[in-house]
Write a protein that binds this ligand. Sequence first.
Ligand code: 4AD
Ligand code: MG
Length: 468
Amino acid sequence: MQKINRTVIVNALKSAEIGREINIKGWVRTHRGNKNVHFIALNDGSTIHNMQVVVDMGKFTEEQLKLITTGACLNVNGILTQSVGQGQSVELAATAIEIYGVADPTQYPLQKKGHTLEYLREIAHLRPRTNTFGAIFRLRHNMAMAIHTFFHERGFFYFHTPVITGSDCEGAGQMFQVTTLNLYDIKKTPQGAIDYSNDFFGRPTSLTVSGQLEGELAALALGAIYTFGPTFRAENSNTPRHLAEFWMIEPEVAFFEIADNMQLAQEFIQYCVRWALERCTDDIEFLAKMYDNALIDRLRFVTENDFQRLTYTEGVIILKDVVAKGRKFEFPVDWGIDLQSEHERYLVEEHFKRPVILTDYPKEIKSFYMKQNDDGKTVRAMDVLFPKIGEIIGGSQREEDYEKLKRRAEEMHIPDKDIWWYLDTRRFGTAPHSGFGLGFERLMLFVTGMQNIRDVIPFPRTTHNADF
Ligand code: 4AD
Ligand code: MG
């Protein structure tokens, strides 16, 4: 077979060089034909669209073509021709075909018929080869690029915070422990505690639940930073919105107050969604057609409209009001509760019909580091709530006052030995500052219109599931 430099299919489909012989490589999506001509739909992952390879049976034998089944990998030379069929503008008239790898149809788990998303989760090692997951993972890459570009253009520095940590930022006790101790032979101190002196770090350590505390140190030196890394939470919540391993983006900005923080959050999400609409049109159109007709309208709406801003207290009044009018929720509403997803979605989808930013939550349900309001009851928290998702961003203005922060940490039983370095920033050159965390997979749920967070990360980790 003549060696020709490969053209990726996304470029070949756009090419105007009709009549030229090119080479493509990819995986067979479908193969059909009769005794005169065969059609092979080939996909190489560069686009949702396939190249149609037309095989003139005068040049190839039945024997050769028998092995070309769904999933097989091919190396194809052919003449780029104007397509007469519907649905594509160019196709490839094959001149030579080499089979790199067959995929025995009696064993290959992906057949051309549609599979359920649940089934595809069981074969997560192969699901990137489907149209749906090709589209999702191209979008995921694009959202990562959008995020880095957004912050880079605004002068934020990408700051790397540790994955292994000794502090529990959110104080929720949902950390995965990291240890090299032999679990079969745990040594105890005379007091009965575990002796960590022989552990790798000589102390208890865990996987991080957030890079925020270290991010704040950086913001109070570099001015504006963001983190973007894996985050781990041993939450035993089996919901379509929680993962044990997810990715979080955490900007942190010196001299930002809560209003600046809200504006940044809005512009940030709008930028990413606009990026998706402008640069991932084919993939979004495919997902809209397959799963969610309203997807594109929903994405446009978010880019064009301000998010509604109101306080937690105002939100609770609205919710209590509608409960009084007979609206049923699974969980009761009262000032002081942590709002459930059903409450958040009511405010967003039914009451305001737009994204909502709730601020000034009761201090009891928020983390120790949030700036305390003068009312003594609330903190300057902000949650961004989205249609179909609920909470997509959590953040706050930070408590910059050393005494207040130290007192709150003590009240919440956070040991000084774990956070003395964090408190130091308030002793030396403290400043007002704010930040937030965006759950990357929650953003992915929004831009893809998928319903389950397990379908927007390549290899989901949830309770009792860490395959692949
Ligand atoms: O609201 P959270 O817990 O906030 C923080 O961790 C802060 N330290 C952020 C900051 O201010 N720098 O988490 C932030 C976001 C949530 O809004 C949600 O989108 C996502 O992270 N998130 C999860 N995503 C998937 N699975 C989980 N288990 C998640 N927990 C939080
Ligand atoms: Mg939160």
